[in-house]
Write a protein that binds this ligand. Sequence first.
Ligand code: HPA
Length: 250
Amino acid sequence: MNPVVAIIGGTGLTSLDTLNITRRETRATPYGDPSSPLIWGELGGQTVVFLARHGQHHTLPPHKINYRANLWMLHHIGVKQVIAIAAVGGIRADMTPGTLAFPDQIVDYTWGRHCTFFEEDLSHVTHIDFTEPYCGRLRERLIQAARTLQLDARDTCTYAAVQGPRLETAAEIRRLERDGCDIVGMTGMPEAALARELGLRYAACAVVANRAAGKAAGEITMAEIEQNLVESMGKVKTLLARVIPTLDPA
Ligand code: HPA
């Protein structure tokens, strides 16, 4: 049976222990290997597939992820909708660690990544519409589920996709803020655009792991990020358990 939804897990979510796993599948694509095996399973009565964006053991940095292989594979197995989980830094004052955010816009600052399927053997040049980068219907389902669960969540915000793997300077964060960005992460692009190129319904659940550079006193440490993510991933799993049964069949 085609999966109803694919979950792409980010930092802090390399596996989904709430999934009743039925099989693991390792396959190559014309674009190379996906980040991890596909984990098929059942959650909330629905068939779900899970992919660990940074690899099973969290070894792939954001600029080394094969976004094309990941999205191509999901599309190939019949996935129609994707929920992307991603750790972010909080820029806007209310984006404090532990907050869940469902962005509705993106500004892309990444560079040098394979960012399209439309570049070789073209019969014509293709420009996809990306005015609304996330699927409104899927976002609405996520927001509704977060409200029902009374989670601390933000439903309108702009995601700055940066190159990484280093964190930003305080001046860079001030610039992102002037650009209208509310949260900052390293994996949102080209993932969202590739999903759109393939016609996948794609929405993101961002998890604020830290205040962005210059927004809190002191250095940002990996220990802080990891600790906050450990605490937040329980909320993400609760959210997924609530939202997945409400999703339309594929
Ligand atoms: N900046 C960019 N990406 C991130 C951050 C951050 O502060 N925290 C988690 N991912």
